[in-house]
Design a protein around this ligand. Structure first.
Ligand code: ASP
Length: 602
């Protein structure tokens, strides 16, 4: 028989009681996390979102409650009245904030029973049930203290964001979810219209055009905690629906955006007692790629910058290096401090590792007592001994070398830098190293279809100096110049994680037209997709810019997890499914009829 809550109210949470509460009569409610029976004494760990309190049922002093407690099982929901008493010295639990006390229960109410959970909630991280099972029963998984802590931290972060942005004069404005495609480089999720047969909405990949329209609408400083949807192949740090702090401001200079966002991150990191160093250093995309092989370098790793060793190899006949250099490619090296002791096995693993990024091989030189190298035979001892010096290696280091197209050299050595630093424990803990990466290229050339694509989105402004290149490329037919155009785009990066992306926008219709043209869009296509926006640009658009920090990514860094699902209440799996509600799912054929849709099986 279950008891009624009636008008009972909790006096404390399960994480609240301390030695100073000894002697108080309390009323607690929560879930049974554990029950231990010792004949006349039955112990319960009572859990709620705040913590765990030990409760003891004594057969002598509270016989009815004690008898009733014998029937309690894991995850039963109970209420109990009793007195806070000290624990014996030797039974105190320093791991619990409530560990100095326990509650001597006098009265027990069973508010609800529970089926046996399909997995153990208090298992250690290594012993946790598979994530799929936990996602299917997410409402149980959410009871785990770690997820509770992450979600409460998330709430504090979002609250701080709102406070900070409001204090800076920004207005929170909601933008619609049922819209038209906004190009951010991913596939759209689309929603069929019932009322207009054959027509579709797209869900926002971001509120990009709306926030720019807010600027045209004179709203001046906009922000939104925005839900965004991108149908793309997922990785550990992506979700098909995610949240970003979307920001746009009028008459914005680059410096204004930098200062605003540095202040924002600094105030949010204070929530985890971290003082972020401001202002953040700035690196152009070009410099970042050349020094770190990445547009999101992890600056916690000291040094280990990519070194061009091409000059030491001029005239070499060793085919991989010779052909790379002849084809305008590169030979670059990475110095691993203390790497002379890297084993053959580790070097083989790293060889495999760089292949994943397209490199054909990884050559190495180790500066142990003697020089050893995979290149000795091919290059001879004289050339091999010149390389370490050029790369800045000293005794006891290792030099890792990749050759090929600049893109592949950068991607493989950039990833290798992180990998080696992780394996060799060269990444200091509890350090946060932010920076801005700036001046991203405007376009990327895709060899598959011989076309240029926007590297960010097509509303990103070129730097003033490169505007003439855009004109020459589009109007003068010098298409290859597109690859050289730099933009006023910027990404703040912390510890190798891209925390946001943003840019100063194009506010002139003539320039926006040039960009659409450069992307191979005819005037009709541009009108069809963005006519409303091109029109709006004609009615006095102020210069403006913005940015969008990803809140889920930010939370991963703040909560110290590699798994984005740990910071989202109801996340999707890597195959974009919700295992709990079993979505996506089929719909009733009648609904399809109403939507004028037919499913074609292949
Ligand atoms: N719309 C961009 C994004 O979602 C951010 C921005 O440019 O403000 O990544």
């Amino acid at each position: 028989m279950l008891d009624n809550l009636g008008d009972l109210e909790r006096t404390h949470s399960c994480g609240q009681l301390r030695a100073s509460d000894i002697g108080k009569e309390v009323l607690l409610m929560g879930w049974v996390a554990k029950r231990r029976d010792f004949g006349d004494l039955t112990f319960i760990d009572l859990r709620d979102r705040d913590g765990i309190t030990q409760v003891v049922f004594n057969a002598e002093s509270a016989s009815a409650a004690h008898t009733k407690a014998k029937d309690l099982r894991g995850e039963y929901v109970i209420a109990l009245k009793g007195e806070v008493v000290p624990r014996d010295e030797n039974t105190r639990n320093p791991k619990l904030l409530t560990g100095d006390v326990e509650v001597q229960a006098r009265e027990l109410l069973v508010l609800n029973d529970a089926r046996t959970p399909p997995f153990q909630l208090d298992a250690s991280p290594e012993a946790l049930a598979s994530e799929d099972l936990r996602l299917k029963f997410r409402y149980l998984d959410l009871r785990r203290p770690q997820l509770q802590a992450n979600l409460r931290l998330r709430h504090r972060v979002v609250t701080e964001i709102r406070r900070y942005m409001s204090a800076q004069g920004f207005t929170e404005i909601e933008t619609p979810i049922l819209i038209k495609s906004t190009p951010e480089g991913a596939r759209d999720y689309i929603v069929p219209s019932r009322i207009q047969p054959g027509k579709f909405f797209a869900l926002p990949q971001s509120p990009q055009l709306f926030k720019q329209l807010c600027m045209i609408g004179g709203l001046d400083k906009y922000f939104q905690i925005a839900h965004c949807f991108r149908d793309e192949d997922l990785r550990a740090d992506r979700q098909p629906e995610f949240t970003q702090l979307d920001v746009e401001l009028s008459f914005a200079t680059l410096n204004q955006v930098y200062t605003l966002i540095e202040g924002l991150f600094a105030s949010v990191f204070k929530l985890i007692d971290v003082e972020l160093p401001t202002p953040f250093p700035r690196l152009s995309f070009e410099e970042s790629m050349s020094r770190f092989g990445s547009d999101k370098p992890d600056l916690r790793i000291k040094g280990m910058e990519l070194q061009d060793i091409g000059p030491a190899l001029a005239g070499t006949e060793f085919p991989p290096f010779a052909s790379a250099l002849a084809a305008g490619g590169q030979v670059k090296a990475l110095v691993v401090p203390g790497g002379a002791n890297l084993s053959r096995k580790v070097l083989d693993d790293l060889q495999e590792f760089v292949r994943r990024y397209g490199a054909s091989a990884l050559a190495w030189i180790k500066l142990g007592e003697e020089i050893s190298s995979s290149l000795l035979k091919a290059l001879g001892p004289e050339v091999v001994s010149r390389i370490p010096e050029l790369a800045g290696a000293v005794s006891n280091d290792a030099v890792l070398i990749v050759s090929g197209k600049p893109k592949i050299v950068a991607a493989s050595l950039g990833a290798l830098r992180n990998e080696v630093a992780k394996r060799e424990q060269l990444i200091p803990q509890n350090v946060y190293a932010p920076l801005w990466v700036t001046e991203f290229p405007m376009f990327e050339y895709h060899e598959e279809d011989g076309r240029y694509y926007s590297m960010h989105h097509p509303f990103t402004s070129p730097v003033d100096e490169d505007l003439s290149l855009l004109e020459r490329a589009v109007e003068g037919g010098e298409t290859q110049l597109l690859a050289q155009i730099r933009t006023k785009a910027y990404d703040p990066v912390i510890n190798g994680v891209e925390m946001a992306s943003g840019s100063i926008r194009i506010h002139r219709r003539d320039i926006q037209r040039l960009v659409f043209k450069a992307l191979g869009m005819t005037t009709e296509e541009a009108r069809e997709r963005f006519g409303f926006f091109l029109d709006a640009l004609e009615y006095g658009t102020p210069p403006h810019g913005g940015i969008a920090p990803g809140i889920d990514r930010l939370m991963m860094v703040l909560a110290g997890t590699d798994n984005m699902r740990d910071v989202i209440a109801f996340p999707k799996t890597a195959s974009a499914a919700d295992l709990m509600i079993d979505a996506p799912g089929e719909v009733d054929p009648r609904q399809l009829d109403e939507l004028h849709l037919r499913v074609v099986q292949d």
